[in-house]
Design a protein around this ligand. Structure first.
Ligand code: ZN
Length: 641
């Protein structure tokens, strides 16, 4: 964890134009800077950087954020990594906080699991090569499958004896904690009896980047209908399936050397290819790839070649989720192994040299391959063909790095020609998908209910309330916007705008929990004398607050160059603009709230049981009506002043 002081130092030092300028060529336009968006492909610039607000916003695709967010997005960094990048840029020394007791405990647990796994691996490897059962059952089997001794040793393969508790006893004798052994998946507890989990199975240790064993794959030797062929370590503190690619530890140097990573399905595919001298290979375990796995590959190379069996399921699994690889900027190629073969059997059949040649000769471009498969499925049906166009446009919209845009344009050209459609039209469609995706992301980031928000009861009343709630949101957001923007200016001789707004808000309630939370944070800062503004809140610890602060200050007209000149033309001084903005926002907010109370009151009147009750409610009705009229009047004078 980076200390608060360091973060403060970093955020004080940030010059957003300088930072974004490292990646985007920016030109000054009025008070803002303009450039070609690095997140979508465009010919005329709509990517705007506001040094005053310390934010960027693209009016083409809708992406927006602060300098830290830009680095996170552009370089695919975490928050901490982005801070470190900026710190290095400005020669700021990073101070990190001491690890908390919880983190320490976690590290200790992880360390224990590593030690346990290392012990188990040694024991299970000895079982394979030094016991009668291991030699006659497992080793014979592996040799029969064509694995030589040195490769078995290199991958540290092992064997778990058939006996119920061979490994369990060894662990106990060496004083290992059995609860941890269970967490590591080495033993299981059945009817209060602890026993070995991988009985009668060949063991494939799974290594992390530095060669430590994080888990195991265990394959049954004798076919057995009751048990699955493979079982794996359950998810634990060190074994996180979505972050693992089998074989990365052994493959990393070869991947660097060949600048290519081959991806296969199974453990034995990896080992066979290694044995044949093809070492730049890892396995996914047959599921679609995750972002973490793709990033693991991208650390070493941008070129990913997927080798799959000819059967349909393998191809479909390979295609699924590969759009993610494009987003990560990887060049993806596909190679199909002939029917009834897998990489393991095929390399044994034709030998290493021919296998390499086969891969080189049969590489298909992922995008064009996908298009080919879909077009074949669609045949001559117009509806299906237009679905293909949409699908391919969506795929092509996944390119999101400026250096990939030439590639994207090439693909658009090729796909348009294959589809026999207009290239310009396809470009427009691609950009439409890009915009939609970003809008969706931005909405999700701001609208995601915070964990403290109560889940409404599942009845009609509350559904009604939820929709009403959503209706208020626009006014609530706008009120927070003016608060962030003008709060520190003077309202009159005695009060700041913020104090005026707080007073006026006294009888009203912000219903959106996130906005209400932001108001609370603002008040807290304000009364502590921390002079809150959209700028200070841009760097708040809480990602939700940050995002909200950014979103509130990127309303289109504020950044658009036309707005300033329009205001200049109207010849109003700044104080008038801010007062007017605050008044209008506040009054529209109140009007909206009053309208809501009005509706609620109306419903109560209809439901009232006694005449007295009804009379009281009618009085309220009158008060609300008066208030509404007063505000409408005020708004009139403000608007037409
Ligand atoms: Zn853009």
């Amino acid at each position: 964890m980076i200390t608060q002081q360091t973060i403060q130092q970093i955020t004080n030092r940030i010059d957003i134009v300088e930072i974004i300028g490292e990646f985007v060529k920016l030109k000054k336009r009025g008070v803002n800077y303009l450039g070609n968006c690095p997140f979508h492909n465009e010919k005329s610039p709509s990517f705007t950087v506001s040094p005053a607000k310390e934010i960027y916003k693209c009016f083409g695709c809708g992406k927006s954020g602060n300098a830290i967010g830009f680095i996170m997005e552009h370089e695919k960094y975490s928050y901490a990594e982005a801070l470190k990048w900026i710190a290095a840029r400005y020669n700021i020394e990073i101070e990190e906080t001491e690890t908390s007791p919880e983190v320490k405990q976690q590290q200790q647990l992880a360390e224990s699991l590593f030690i346990l796994n290392a012990f188990a691996q040694k024991h299970l490897s000895d079982n394979l090569t030094k016991t009668e059962e291991g030699k006659s059952v497992a080793l014979t089997y592996l040799k029969h499958r064509g694995f030589r001794e040195e490769i078995i040793e290199k991958f540290q393969l092992g064997y778990n004896l058939e006996a119920k508790d061979d490994l369990t006893r060894a662990l106990l004798q060496n004083q290992f904690n059995i609860d941890y052994a269970q967490k590591a998946g080495l033993v299981v507890s059945r009817n209060d009896m602890v026993m070995d989990n991988y009985r009668g199975r060949i063991i494939f240790p799974i290594h992390n980047q530095s060669g430590k064993i994080i888990g195991f794959g265990a394959r049954l030797i004798k076919s057995n209908d009751k048990a699955p062929k493979y079982i794996n370590t359950p998810e634990n503190d060190i074994y996180v399936k979505s972050k693992i690619l089998y074989g990365t530890y052994f493959a990393r140097q070869a991947i660097n050397k060949y600048d290519e990573c081959l991806l296969v399905e199974g453990y034995t595919d990896v080992i066979s290819l290694h044995q044949a001298g093809i070492e730049n290979v890892v396995a996914s375990g047959g599921t679609s790839l995750t972002v973490e796995q793709l990033r693991l590959i991208r650390k070493h190379t941008n070129n990913l070649t997927i080798i799959y069996d000819g059967d349909g399921a393998g191809v479909k699994a390979a295609l699924r989720g590969l759009d993610l690889a494009l987003e990560e900027g990887l060049n993806v190629k596909l190679v199909l192994i002939p029917d009834n073969e897998d990489p393991d059997s095929y390399v044994k059949k034709i030998g290493a040299a021919s296998f390499r040649e086969f891969i080189e000769a049969n590489k298909k471009d992922f995008i064009l391959f996908q298009l080919e498969v879909m077009l074949k499925d669609a045949g001559n049906e117009t509806a299906k063909r237009s679905a293909v166009v949409n699908h391919i446009a969506e795929t092509l919209s996944k390119f999101n790095k400026a250096e990939d845009f030439t590639k994207q344009q090439d693909y658009i050209r090729q796909c348009a020609s294959i589809l026999k459609i207009d290239e310009g039209g396809l470009t427009t469609l691609v950009n439409k998908y890009k915009r939609e995706k970003i809008t969706k992301e931005e909405n999700r980031q701001t609208k995601e209910p915070s964990p403290v928000q109560e889940i409404p009861d599942n009845n009609i009343e509350s559904t009604d309330a939820t929709s009403l709630l959503a209706d208020d949101e626009f006014q609530e957001r706008d009120l927070l916007r003016v608060l962030l923007e003008y709060g520190l200016l003077q309202w009159d001789e005695e009060r700041t705008m913020a104090e005026y707004i707080f007073e006026e808000l006294d009888h009203y309630h912000i219903e959106n929990t996130e906005l209400d939370n932001l108001l609370a944070v603002y008040k807290d800062y304000y009364y502590k004398g921390l002079r809150p503004s959209s700028k200070t809140l841009l760097y708040h610890d809480d990602a939700g607050i940050r995002k909200l602060a950014i979103n509130l200050s990127v309303q289109k007209y504020e950044l658009s160059p036309n707005w300033d000149s329009k205001m200049e033309g109207m010849n109003i001084n700044n104080r008038d603009i801010s007062r007017q903005d605050v008044l209008m926002s506040l009054n529209y907010f109140k009007l909206r709230k009053i309208k809501k109370m009005f509706d609620e009151n109306q419903r109560d009147i209809e439901k009232a049981n006694t005449f007295e009750e009804q009379l009281d409610l009618i009085k309220i009705h009158k008060v609300l009506k008066d208030e509404e009229q007063k505000i409408t009047g005020l708004l009139g004078t403000v608007i037409f002043k």
